[in-house]
Design a protein around this ligand. Structure first.
Ligand code: HEC
Ligand SMILES: [Cu+2]
Length: 491
């Protein structure tokens, strides 16, 4: 038998339960409104670790496997600093300073609460001391002082990861700007408890600006230019360390229907990135790599020394074009990459006939490419090899953004010039294409293109040079085009 008193007590108890559930709910709701997810607000400074393991680090564009449901652990990791000459662009090289032999440096993936024992090794062939400042680290200099290491030495230091998120790491040895400008940056991902939600594909991409003595495309080994870096006037703005790192054979691959996550960082040293993927919309942006999620974003700003996690579903087959939408950087300084999405068309989502996801900077009619404002150069008589040499420079400034540095073009958008039957069949027609632009359907090597090439606004000798270069590259027939031939066609 229940007395009134006990019934009253029970009622009071349930009321309390209800009330507290309500208050709890309201709390978590308001928290998740402000911060995305309350689990990110936990204090992880005392999170216990269970067991230990050696962390796998990966080279870009690869990312190590997700942490999933594992508990916080003791993590051992090792990174080797290597100074080495690598390709910046076709025919252009640069001495990069790297974490792990690549720009950006190896990707580090850990879980919040992990205790990391980090060993940094400075290769004996290197010329300079280096160190590492990880933005994910709480403590003096993000580890910079503790990790300062001379060539031929190694240093070990340790830290606990108490904030989840995506963070930049970089070298912080004086002159700091120069170490970063030479490629010394990378990303460390600290996953929340339970990990990020699973996706089909994950990629690692970082932007960086480079300062060379020569201009964009000037051939040979290009030394770092301190004055240009100081003035913030980069010659190259690239993804993953070089102009061709994410295009041509290096294009990222995905299938229609896959969900894609890009861990995007900006090493700088100077420029912020207006990051955009032409032909897609970010379903989710983890703003600044933190726990605030923004939905349905076109272009997102990523500061120098900052990062963001970007997610979208590749719905239809296309060549998605990654760009810094400060657009001269994309088409004239190298900040351009491709995700090639293959698979079934979905005409409901996109029924464009030929130009899926391709940006036409000049609009829908043939327009003229502006010229430098220099006086028109007098035709000078150059030998064939001189034509080829100066033609290559013109190609790297005027053609490569569309036809690609290796002349292979971009599927469905820009026809190939390498072993191109259209080009090799008729020199006069090729001259006309450069003088007047081209639109309407053409067939190149059995594939149809129906697009627009803007008129190039080049002088006769420039047209002669660039075409001679094209005809003498990538397996083409070797014709020589003279300025006289061009001037005849112009009339
Ligand atoms: C803005 C992008 C763009 C730029 C820059 C560009 N092209 Fe093109 N080019 C195209 C497109 C698009 C077509 C195909 C036009 C069509 O479908 O009618 C084309 C076609 C051609 C063709 C004929 C087709 C073939 O594959 O043989 C030649 C030759 C050519 N371009 C050479 C050049 C050269 C040389 C330069 C640099 C001086 C250059 N293009 C710059 C976009 C571009
Ligand atoms: Cu360094």
């Amino acid at each position: 038998m229940t007395t009134l008193k006990s019934r009253l007590f029970k009622g009071y108890f349930y009321l309390l339960l209800l009330l507290s559930a309500f208050v709890f709910n309201a709390c978590t709701q308001s928290q998740s409104k402000n911060t995305g997810n309350s689990k990110y607000m936990k204090d992880h400074s005392k999170t216990k670790v269970f067991g230990e393991m050696v962390a796998e680090l990966t080279s870009p564009p690869l990312v190590p496997p997700p942490v999933g449901n594992r508990p916080a652990m003791k993590l051992y990791m090792e990174m080797e600093i290597i100074e080495e000459e690598m390709e910046m662009s076709n025919g252009v090289s640069y001495v990069y300073w790297t974490f792990g032999g690549t720009v950006p440096g190896s990707f580090i993936r850990a879980r919040v609460g992990d205790e990391v024992e980090f060993t940094i090794k400075n290769h004996p062939n290197n010329k300079l001391p280096h160190n590492i400042d990880l933005h994910a680290v709480t403590g003096q200099g993000g580890g910079a002082e503790a990790s300062f290491v001379a060539p031929g030495h190694e240093k070990t230091f340790s830290f606990k990861l108490i904030n989840p998120g995506l963070f930049v790491y970089h070298c912080a040895t004086a002159p700091v700007g120069m170490h970063i400008a030479n490629g010394m940056y990378g990303l460390i991902l600290v996953e929340p408890e339970g990990g990020l939600p699973p996706v089909d594909k994950e990629f690692y991409v970082m932007q960086g600006d480079f300062y060379t003595e020569g201009k964009f495309g000037d051939p040979g080994l290009q030394p770092f230019d301190m004055q240009k870096a100081y003035d913030e006037r980069p010659d190259y703005v690239v993804f993953n360390g070089s102009v061709n790192a994410l295009s041509g054979e290096n294009a990222l691959q995905a299938k229609a229907g896959e969900t894609i996550r890009i861990f995007f960082g900006n090493g700088g040293p100077n420029l912020a990135s207006s990051f955009h993927v032409i032909g897609e919309i970010f379903d989710k942006v983890y703003v600044d790599g933190g726990d605030q999620i923004n939905y349905n974003v076109g272009t997102t700003l990523i500061p120098a020394g900052g990062a963001a996690i970007l997610e979208f579903k590749a719905e239809v087959p296309s060549n998605l074009v990654l760009v810094d939408h400060s657009i001269f950087r994309a088409f004239n300084k190298g900040a351009l990459g491709i995700i090639s999405v293959t698979g079934e068309e979905n005409k409901k989502i996109f029924a464009g006939e030929i130009m899926e996801g391709i940006y036409m900077p000049e609009g829908g009619t043939i327009q003229k490419m502006p010229k430098d404002g220099n006086a028109v150069k007098q035709p000078v008589s150059l030998t064939k090899s001189e034509l080829i040499e100066s033609g290559k420079k013109i190609y790297m400034q005027a053609c490569f953004a569309c036809h690609q540095a290796n002349g292979e073009g971009v599927a469905n958008a820009f026809p190939p010039l390498a072993k191109a039957d259209f080009l090799n069949a008729d020199e006069n027609r090729a001259i006309d294409v450069l003088l007047h632009g081209l639109s309407g359907e053409i067939t190149v090597n059995g594939k149809k293109y129906n697009s627009i090439m803007p008129s190039q606004q080049l002088s006769d000798s420039e047209v002669a040079a660039v075409l001679t270069y094209v005809y003498n590259s990538w397996g083409n027939k070797g014709s020589e085009i003279t300025p006289e031939m061009v001037s005849k066609r112009r009339k």
